[in-house]
Design a protein around this ligand. Structure first.
Ligand code: ATP
Ligand code: MG
Length: 837
């Protein structure tokens, strides 16, 4: 019977096919399912044939073959046998690897298959040990601990596994899952009944509309605290550490070749293993001067990115030039960075993952202090800490044929660079360079007689590839490294290597370094080291000042200003002394943004941010700068009336001391400029016959004017006050009264500052010192203040009503208070130009 025969034959055939499927380790159910789908069956049989499997294979391999049969891209069938070889030989062992392979093969085309790229993309040869998986899982759990403790077993474990996969895409998923379960159990213990309940998702709370705070009339509408991270995240432009495998730079060589630097998968994995996938940045000042507002921007970028992403930022003293560097600067830099609110990271063993421990230990740079508390004091580094590693790597570089000892003088080097000519020493034997480099190190060669140069590309279009100097001889003691060395590495040689050794993820610097990117990557590649992601942003320039440390140094050492913290300078020490807060400076940096366009920021934009902050944080007080005496003739001579004045226009945070006492007596002082003999429509001050209000007190009316004998100079006003306050005066004046009859008010010194230079961009002028503003500092020795100011301490900030914002200067003594004007009350900066994000 043919039908029966047919079905028998089919059953027999199915049996054989099933047997083949079982032989490659599929479980019975999967095998049956495959069998039920003729298309998959055909595919899988084809895959088994292509894989040349005779005697079956293990379950893991079989599962991969099954995945190939169901998911392999149909446009790349020609490459399938190749892929199967990798699977059978156990080089591709996981689904993520397979997926990476599918991705590559589906786009590679017919004849472009490149085994190196393929293996790199698939993570072939990268073995992720159970130990690494363990620490990765630990790290991820630590990062999510708050949520884990809150949601316990109802937590989305898939999400956690995904985070592990991001860090270690080639790790064995099964081991990861088991490790995750074990560790979760260790943290949470046994399951509780509540763990079975459904997680109720909280509705996103609607944000209450921002309370409309009445901005003081003198501040522009835009408010720096409206720039929230949500509105503008200037760091969103940076890639994640995991993404540092793609190319973002092309380097052109004179032989026509183009190199696109990128990390191999393996290098990136090693790096991610060391950092736990965290962002690592560094702020690398050279300790050759005080930090300025430009450095505030650099810190905002470096520390800010790390903070934004939950990463870490090193403070790294870039101290390769012992000539200009001083201990004073090292100490100051550290102190001012702390003042700016940035903390170089510090990791203790308890809260640090093993990753960090790993990095720092394997770099062999840091020390631990004892076994119990095991704190790694690693937050601050010096390039000079790495002098030994740098030296060893230089030897490597010579051995690899990428560096040579040169004897050209600096003039010859310059000339040869201009002519794009090789140095005559360029091709000397490696052994000779090694020997000479050793001689250099041992002090056997005179200063200037030899350098170590990188063998880059003397005919490149980029002059920063003209065999840059790696080492030079200098018989100078180093402020940090002492006198151990007489050869010192250059910036170009040092910076990239230390970045790589410290596993910096994002090496961010200013645009003048852009042309050095090629050399940066060239050197790391020549040493086969990890390549950080390099990106440049524009330098901050501020109008009417200079920021270069060289120029600042001249201003200070030649006494054009009174020291590094002269309030007219834009050093951070000066801005602090002048009364700017770190919050204001950081808000300014955020406002300016991290752009690549070079421009000069107007000083008044900086002042806007400072003013905005002081408006919220400076107490009000009353001071008369240029006093004019007013006698209130109808006020009793011996009476002192204690009035209450407001410390804040609207009270501050329920502060009980938000008022202060002001005495009113018969003798009061107002500003000279608040009196005019001839009144006019736009004048709000006092004039003969006119009434004005003394703020927090009474209206007064001018009834007489006393002149200095035989002159037109007004020396005293007589006025009457309206105790019932029935008059409606036109203006409101600040004032200071004698605290009691015949006692002078508190005298203070007030320093008014203006722009230090007359031109917008003095740095460009040949004779830039001639551009100094002769009126940049005006000192008022005898201003009068209300008694409440008597207790002001150095650094305290005030708004002197109607005058401006002031800060107590460090020149203050027990005898005399000295105030710096931080900024005036009114902004000259156009409101619509204030950056909104
Ligand atoms: P200068 O030219 O003023 O002497 P520098 O570049 O030599 O400054 P460093 O101490 O080397 O100063 O700088 C430390 C970091 O601060 C570097 O990353 C540098 O790019 C950055 N930086 C320096 N000046 C500015 C600026 N005006 N704006 C933004 N970043 C700056
Ligand atoms: Mg520098």
């Amino acid at each position: 019977m043919p039908v029966e025969e047919d079905s028998n034959a089919k059953a027999k055939k199915d049996g054989e096919v099933l047997e083949q499927f079982l032989k490659i380790g599929l479980d019975e159910r999967t095998a049956q399912n495959v069998l039920a789908n003729s298309k998959v069956t055909v595919n899988l049989l084809e895959v088994i044939r292509e894989a040349e499997i005779q005697e079956g294979c293990g379950k893991a391999t079989g599962n991969l073959l099954y995945t190939v049969s169901t998911k392999y891209p149909t446009n790349a069938l020609e490459h399938r046998p190749r892929l199967l070889k990798y699977v059978i030989s156990n080089k591709i062992k996981s689904n993520p690897q397979l997926e990476a392979a599918f991705g590559y093969l589906s786009v590679v085309g017919s004849d472009k298959f490149d085994a190196d790229i393929f293996e790199d993309k698939c993570g072939i040869g990268i073995d992720i040990s159970p130990d690494v998986i363990k620490v990765t899982v630990e790290r991820v759990l630590q990062n999510n601990m708050e949520l884990i403790l809150a949601q316990r077993y109802r937590m989305n474990v898939g999400g956690l596994l995904g985070q592990v996969r991001e860090l270690q895409p080639w790790a064995d998923g099964k081991i990861v899952k088991e490790e995750m379960d074990t560790q979760l159990k260790k943290i949470l213990g046994e399951r509780l009944p509540e763990d079975e309940e459904k997680l109720v998702k909280k509705k996103k709370e609607k944000k209450p509309k921002a309370e409309e705070t009445k901005a003081a009339a003198d501040t522009p509408k835009m408010d720096s605290d409206k720039i929230t991270p949500e509105d503008s995240n200037p760091f969103a432009i940076f890639p994640k550490p995991q993404e540092n495998i793609t190319v973002h730079t092309e380097i052109f060589f004179s032989d026509g070749s183009i190199w696109r630097p990128r990390n191999s998968r393996e290098k990136l994995q090693k790096h991610l293993y060391a950092t736990g996938g965290k962002v690592f940045t560094r702020f690398p000042p050279e300790p050759n001067g005080y930090l300025h507002v430009g450095h505030a921007k650099a810190m905002f970028v470096d520390f800010g990115l790390a903070q934004e992403t939950g990463g870490y930022c090193y403070l790294r003293y870039d101290d390769t030039n012992p000539d200009a560097e001083k201990l004073e600067y090292i100490e100051h830099i550290q102190e001012i960075i702390g003042w700016m609110g940035w903390k170089p990271f510090k990791v203790g063993f308890d809260d640090a993952s093993l990753f960090l421990y790993h990095t720092f230990f394997s770099n062999n740079v840091f020390e631990c202090n004892g076994s119990d508390s095991f704190v790694l004091e690693m937050q601050i580094t010096f390039s000079s800490d790495y002098f030994q590693e740098l030296y060893d790597l230089a030897v490597q570089l010579i051995k690899r044929g990428h560096a040579y000892v040169d004897h050209q003088t600096s003039d010859e080097i310059k000339e040869y660079r201009e002519k794009k000519l090789d140095s005559p020493w360029r091709d000397r034997p490696v052994a000779e360079s090694l020997k000479l480099f050793d001689d250099m190190r041992r002090g056997m060669i005179e200063e200037g007689k030899a350098t170590l140069r990188m063998k880059q590309d003397m005919k490149n279009d980029n002059f920063n590839m003209y065999d840059l100097i790696a080492y030079r001889i200098k018989f100078t003691t180093h402020p940090h490294a002492g006198d151990k060395w007489c050869i010192y590495p250059s910036y170009d040689y040092t910076h990239c290597i230390v970045d790589s050794l410290e596993n910096i993820t994002h090496s961010l610097c200013t645009l003048e370094f852009e042309s050095r990117r090629a050399s940066y990557y060239w050197l790391l590649e020549a040493l086969d080291m990890y390549l950080p992601y390099v990106w440049e942003y524009s330098r901050l320039n501020v109008s009417n000042t200079v920021l270069s440390k060289r120029k600042l140094n001249r201003l200070v050492t030649e006494n054009w200003v009174d020291g590094w913290d002269d309030p007219r300078l834009m050093t951070l020490a000066a801005l602090r002394r002048r009364g700017a807060s770190p919050e204001a400076l950081n808000a300014f940096c955020r406002g300016v943004g991290i752009t690549r366009s070079d421009n000069i920021i107007r000083m008044d934009l900086l002042e806007h941010f400072i003013r905005d902050d002081l408006n919220k944080n400076a107490r009000r007080s009353m001071v008369v700068l240029n006093p004019l005496k007013v006698i209130i003739t109808n006020f009793k001579d011996s009476v002192v009336e204690e009035l209450e004045a407001k410390s804040w226009p609207e009270g501050k945070d329920g502060d009980p001391s938000s008022t202060y006492k002001v005495p009113l007596t018969r003798v009061v002082y107002i500003e000279k400029s608040d009196f005019r003999l001839v009144n006019s429509k736009e004048f709000y001050g006092l004039s003969p016959g006119k009434s004005v209000l003394l703020r927090y007190a009474y209206p007064i009316k001018c009834i007489d004017v006393i002149f200095k004998e035989n002159t037109q100079e007004v020396i005293e006003i007589h006025a009457e006050y309206d105790q019932a306050k029935t008059t409606k005066p036109k203006g409101v004046l600040h004032w200071v009264a004698e605290p009691s009859a015949g006692v002078d008010p508190l005298k203070i010194e007030v320093r008014l500052f203006d722009k230090l230079f007359l031109s917008e961009n003095p740095g460009e002028l040949d004779d830039w010192l001639a551009d100094l503003n002769p009126n940049s500092k005006v000192v008022i020795e005898d201003a009068l203040a209300v008694p409440a100011l008597k207790h002001a301490k150095i650094g305290d900030k005030f708004q002197f009503e109607r005058i401006g914002y002031f800060c107590v200067d460090r020149d203050t003594t027990a005898e005399k208070l000295v105030f710096n004007r931080t900024v005036t009350l009114r902004s000259s900066y156009p409101k619509d130009l204030v950056p909104q994000s």
